[in-house]
Write a protein that binds this ligand. Sequence first.
Ligand code: CU
Length: 157
Amino acid sequence: MISMSSLGRVLIAASFAVGAFATQSLADTPKRHIVVTAVEPKGGANVEKEPFPAPLPEGGGYVLKKPDDTGRWEVAVYVFEPRQIFVDEGDEVTLEFVGINGASHPTTIEAYGQSFELKRGQVHKVTFTADKPGRHSIVCSAHLPTMVSELIVAPKK
Ligand SMILES: [Cu+2]
């Protein structure tokens, strides 16, 4: 038989335990902070060494500059770096976009209702809970088809 006073002590101990657990689980929510840069890897050569190539596929993401007065031509693509971002379901995710190359990137993360213009020299942060397992696209509509990264949310086990 449990006396009222000992039952009270058990209830108080139990409520402390629940409180401690709740506090701990909140603090344990993984926070992910990932920097995503808008960049333009570039290469080039002189026509004397490498002939000017055939046209690239359609889209603002590809840049092919014809030979200049010296015979040098250049090729570039606009991309987000990294191309794939891995998080776990339930993570609190902050993506910190930084505009480095290109004046403007109209960017959309449709799965998380995010749409913004990333400009060169600026930072744009988006924060959300990764509650949708699967593969989601991060798209710059000005530089398709190359400026698309994948946000991969691994489901909870
Ligand atoms: Cu872009």
